[in-house]
Design a protein around this ligand. Structure first.
Ligand code: IDP
Length: 140
């Protein structure tokens, strides 16, 4: 197993309900370290770029509107196998299908307002981290 970094977003439905600390405790209990973190409001352009892979999907407009509706918290998480591990800690995209004890099972409101984002590959993690953090903002 390798020490990896993944990119995480605590989404607007969660910041709105004051769940940043609660979600961070799921992350830390899983053995992942939060090595960078900032609260910010995404611009529409940033949200459209971040989710560009979904631009042809019917929910794209709704997703972008949601992601800019309230502040988000962007994070870099570090640990053994961090990409896959954080996907496990988050649970399935649709909270109805998420396993017990996962972030999405416990906090998500719907398939769209699902509280957390985590990179789906090591390659995408590096791209997403670079979109939001300068190297010297990440302290492992
Ligand atoms: P992931 O976040 O679990 O990787 P993706 O399929 O990459 O899931 O979708 C990205 C995000 O788009 C989801 O987390 C969710 O917020 C939103 N989304 C996905 N499917 C739907 C849908 O059917 N309706 C509304 N929003 C959706």
């Amino acid at each position: 197993m390798a020490l990896e970094r993944t990119f995480s977003i605590i989404k607007p439905d969660a910041t709105r309900r004051n769940l940043t600390g609660a979600i961070n405790s799921y992350i830390e209990k899983a053995g992942l370290r939060i090595v960078a973190q900032k609260r910010m409001l995404l611009t529409r352009a940033q949200a459209e770029t971040f989710y560009a892979v979904h631009k042809e999907r019917p929910f794209f407009g709704e997703l972008v509107d949601f992601m800019i509706s309230e502040p988000i918290v962007v994070q870099v998480l570090e640990g053994e196998n961090a990409v896959a591990k954080y996907r496990e800690v988050m649970g399935a995209t649709n909270p109805a299908n998420a396993a017990e004890g996962t972030i999405r099972k416990d906090f998500a409101l719907s398939v769209g307002e699902n509280s957390a984002h985590g990179s789906d590959s090591l390659e995408n993690a590096a791209i997403e981290i670079a979109q939001f953090f300068a190297g010297n903002e990440i302290v492992g």
